[in-house]
Design a protein around this ligand. Structure first.
Ligand code: SF4
Length: 328
C-alpha cells in the first residue's frame, strides 16, 4: 500500500467489465486497483421523478437532497488530478436529469475541462427532451445508460412507475439522432419478476438501432427485495465492492453500492479524500472478500445475496489480492 499522498501515473483498468482490449499484466492491474477506484458514483441528487418497483428508495428512505457544487468539485478535482481515467457517474440514487437546469451539465463540463476521460450518467430519460440532449452534447458527456426495463408500455408502467414508455423511447431515438455517435448510448434492462418475459423483445427492438444493450440481474439492495436467484453458487468475492465507490449527495461514502442505508459509512468527503477512503477503508475490505474471509465481513454483508448478481472476472487479480493482508 502506498502512503497517502503518493502519486503515480496509474490508469484505471476495467477489471470486471467485458472489454475486448488486451488487459495489462496482473501486477499492473493490482497496482491500479490499489491506487484508486476505477469508477466513482457521484450522487448529483437523490430525488427522483419515478417510483420504480425495484428501487430501494421505497424503503425507509434516508433524507434526500442534492449535492452542492463545492462538494462535487472537490471530488472532481481529486479524480482528475489523481486518476483521470476513473469513470465518474454523475448519479447514484435519484434521477440526475432532475438537475438538468440546475448545474448538472456545467458540472460535467467542468470535469471534462479538467481532463476527465469518461463522464457517464444513468437516467430514466423521461426528462431527456431535445434541449436537454443539446446540453448533454455541449457538456462533453461520454456515456448515457437509459433504464428501460421493458419492451411494452404495459410492462414499463409496472416497473418504472410514473414514467411514460412512449416518451422515453422517442427521447432515446432523438438522442441517437442528435448525438450522431458522439455519446455512447446504452439501453438497460434490469431483469425482475414482472418483466423477464420481455427480455428477448427488448433485445430484438434495440438491436435495430445503434445502441449498446445491457441486461443485468436484479439487486436486492442488501436483502430488502426478494432474492430471485434460482441456483445459488458457492459464495465468491463480491464484485460490487471491487468495482466502484460511491459518494452520497451529502458527502458520505457507504461500504458498497448496495449499502443504500449507509449502514457502514467508510468516510465523508467533507473531511476525507477519495484516495484515503479507498486505500485505508475499501482496499482492506476488498482483500477480505478476495480471501473469502466471510467471518470478517460486516453482518449485513454476510446476509446480503447481491454478490451473486456479478461475478469477478479477473481470477489472477483475485489470487494476488488473496495473498495480501487486510492489515496494511
Ligand atoms: S455482498 Fe456485501 S459487498 Fe456485496 S453487495 Fe452485498 S453488502 Fe455489498
Amino acid at each position: 500500500m502506498r502512503p497517502p499522498g503518493h502519486k503515480i501515473h496509474c490508469p484505471s483498468y476495467r477489471i470486471f467489465m467485458s472489454d475486448s482490449s488486451p488487459l495489462p499484466s496482473a501486477q499492473e492491474r493490482l497496482e491500479s486497483l490499489l491506487h484508486f477506484p476505477q469508477q466513482l458514483l457521484l450522487e448529483t441528487t437523490s430525488h427522483c421523478n419515478l417510483n420504480c418497483s425495484m428501487c430501494a428508495r421505497q424503503f425507509n428512505p434516508r433524507k434526500w437532497g442534492n449535492m452542492d457544487e463545492a462538494l462535487a468539485r472537490k471530488v472532481i478535482d481529486e479524480v482528475t488530478s489523481r486518476a483521470p481515467d476513473c469513470r465518474i457517474w454523475f448519479c447514484y440514487f435519484g434521477e440526475p436529469l432532475i438537475r438538468k437546469r440546475a448545474g448538472l451539465f456545467d458540472r460535467i463540463r467542468y470535469a471534462k475541462d479538467k481532463g476527465l476521460k469518461r463522464a457517464a450518467i444513468n437516467t430514466n430519460a423521461n426528462l431527456m427532451d431535445e434541449r436537454c440532449i443539446k446540453d448533454m452534447l455541449r457538456s462533453g458527456l461520454d456515456e448515457v445508460y437509459i433504464g428501460l426495463d421493458a419492451a411494452t408500455a404495459e410492462t414499463y408502467s409496472k416497473v418504472r412507475i410514473g414514467g411514460n414508455f412512449g416518451r422515453v423511447v422517442a427521447n432515446v431515438l432523438k438522442l441517437i439522432e442528435l448525438s450522431a455517435g458522439k455519446i455512447k448510448i446504452t439501453v438497460q434492462f434490469g431483469v425482475y419478476e414482472n418483466n423477464d418475459h420481455e427480455v428477448d423483445a427488448f433485445k430484438e427492438y434495440w438491436s435495430r438501432h445503434p445502441v449498446h444493450i445491457f441486461t443485468r440481474p436484479k439487486l436486492t439492495w442488501c436483502g430488502q427485495l426478494d432474492d430471485i436467484i434460482k441456483s445459488p453458487a458457492p459464495r465468491h468475492a463480491c464484485a460490487w465492492i471491487f468495482d466502484s465507490i460511491n459518494v452520497n449527495e451529502d458527502g458520505r461514502v457507504p461500504y458498497c453500492i448496495t449499502d443504500w442505508q449507509n449502514k457502514l459509512p467508510l468516510g465523508d468527503i467533507r473531511n476525507n479524500s477519495i484516495f484515503d477512503i479507498w486505500q485505508k477503508k475499501v482496499i482492506p475490505n476488498i482483500i477480505v472478500h478476495a480471501r473469502q474471509d466471510w467471518a470478517n465481513v460486516p453482518e449485513f454483508c454476510k446476509k446480503c445475496p447481491d454478490w451473486q448478481a456479478k461475478v469477478p472476472r479477473d481470477k489472477k487479480l483475485l489470487e494476488l489480492l488473496a495473498g495480501m493482508s487486510p492489515q496494511l
